[in-house]
Design a protein around this ligand. Sequence first.
Ligand code: NAD
Length: 243
Amino acid sequence: MKTALITGASRGIGRAIAIRLSQDGYSVAINYKKSKDAAQDVKKQIEELGGKAEIFCADVSDNKQVEKMMKDVIACFGGIDVLVNNAGIALPQGLFTDFDDLTAKNVFDTNVFGTMNCARAVIPYFVSKKSGKIINISSIWGICGGSCEVIYSASKGAIVAFTKALSKELAPSGICVNCIAPGLIETDMNKNLSDDDKKEFAEGISLGRVGKAEEVAETIAFLASDASSYINGQTISVDGGMI
Ligand code: NAD
């Protein structure tokens, strides 16, 4: 049985990925930072569907916590095959000059260094078995850049470049690194957007609607599977077709 660790999996896109990968037969390691009850709820749902899951607490921006989590996951399931770096934070919309450097640093600590910490912790294990998949979550703003989302866009752009560079470094070891760039997806991250905001945004999407977490999870399931064996270093947009 293969094992997948999904960071920030207590809700939203991470939760959908955890449930989707369990349906493909993965044992699922559900990482959470604070929301133990919500993480337990994801585990319960996976078990009710006949799957296997455990919860692991760690702040991905803290390297020591991440190293411990990775050891615990490997000890619990006897290995790890897929890492999905999903945990991320956004800021309220605002001009770049409205945010101080500490605020920007917090975003980079989670979105960029959190992704790097988890990758760094799993790579020695993947190299030793000459296989493994790392899937990072960027954002459409990491590709296009979003006005009033400058810091978030910069952090997500870093993930695209990190993916591309790391994929080249790890390919000789049989490890694939890819990335997903979701568009606007209906989750708590966007709960501050009004219906009018979403409607306006949807006018710039060829499919004319915002996306669902489950639709992102489908692409993750493909990248985690053997069906994507010749895809490496790519960022795949799951955004309904931005106009
Ligand atoms: P969300 O806010 O619902 O979920 C994010 C999860 O990450 C939460 O469970 C949160 O607790 C966790 N998290 C945050 N900081 C953490 C940390 N330091 N350590 C461990 N966990 C941490 O958001 P979501 O919409 O589900 O977003 C998931 C990912 O998708 C994020 O990386 C986000 O940037 C990205 N994304 C989301 C959208 C969207 O429209 N929802 C679009 C593009 C990209």
